[in-house]
Design a protein around this ligand. Sequence first.
Ligand code: KG4
Ligand code: ZN
Length: 396
Amino acid sequence: MLILGIESSCDETGAAIIKDGRYLLSNVVASQAEIHDRYGGVVPEVASRQQLTTIIPVLETALDQAGCGWENIDAIAATYGPGLAGSLLVGLTVGKAVAMAYNLPFLGVNHLEAHIYANWLRGRIEGASNESEHSDWEYQEGDPIFPSMCLVISGAHSELVLVRGHGQYELLGRTRDDAAGEAFDKVARILGLSYPGGPAIQKAAQHAQEELEQQGKPATQALNAFRLPRSWLRGTYDFSFSGLKTAVLHLAEGAVSEQNVHHTRSSENAGKQVSQYTRMGLRAAQRGGANVELLAASFQEAVVDVLAVKTRLAAQEYHVKQVVLAGGVAANVSLRARLERELRPLNIPLKYPAIEFCTDNAAMIASAAFFHLLRGEQHGLDLDVEPGLSLPFSKK
Ligand code: KG4
Ligand code: ZN
């Protein structure tokens, strides 16, 4: 079965053609990151206008790259929430329009669920044949295994979800304030790093560690060069990142006292220097700011610490067969490595999507749609956007 997926929930425009929910014929993503970098974050009005100009070329490219015509497509799927209303409207409307024009089944997809389904995606295959090679679609070698503990971490969500089967979600914990990705983005902005913040902070942190290694010091010194707070919220699986963000802000503004800084040679006077960078306009700090990099590394470590430990605890308590990462922050290499280390002694495998499927893309939309269509579900063309949509949680 070939599904054309469309994604337009925020600042990425995506179209993809996926076979049997897993195999890629094409996956096209047009990112607006460069445009929003100027503002340090997504400007909704700009995002939706940009979606409008990009959607048709992206759709045509996806068909071209797959070597497909409309006659090969079996169903259309588009994100209907959560996300920015204006951006969602563009992809959903185009999706419904082509479904009507070509008389194809249509399915609206929950963007968060699609992030989870990114874990079903495999590599590329050639050829537009929509004949399925598998008679049994229930489970294929390499698919995620249920029950799994899924950490959904994106720009707007941070949730620990017990996944018992296809479409069976139990919410165990969520962020009480900022989402993990949002914290990365806001801290990057504070430090004068580029948007989106996650990759920029990861890069700065890696650089800080390489520098220390070159000086013959343990790279791990970078991870606690600054003593940053962790909100453990013990007894719950909830998260909180706003205190951490504020701590970075205070350091960056120079509200740093001696005891906040561990005296590794390279982090001496770190607070003072960061404060100068703040006044200079922090973007300049990126060029010469070793201490900005140390602060980025310490911040990333604080986020990774909490996410990894709480996920491991939940995985232990619920005796899951696998831990699964989903969402843009799942691209973070430190998080992946740390979780592997946490889970290894417990013999719980960790699964995460390839980097290109972690951040917003349409391949994951088509994958999620496939499993709904298998269950005989589809939507009418009166489906509207739902900017505040959450995962369809069942009661515990
Ligand atoms: O899932 P996503 O593409 O969009 C939403 O649905 O929100 O996630 C975007 C978020 C951004 O906050 C971005 O900074 C973060 O994912 N992100 C990362 C990394 N790559 C993207 N965060 C940490 N490390 C990364 N390598
Ligand atoms: Zn997303």
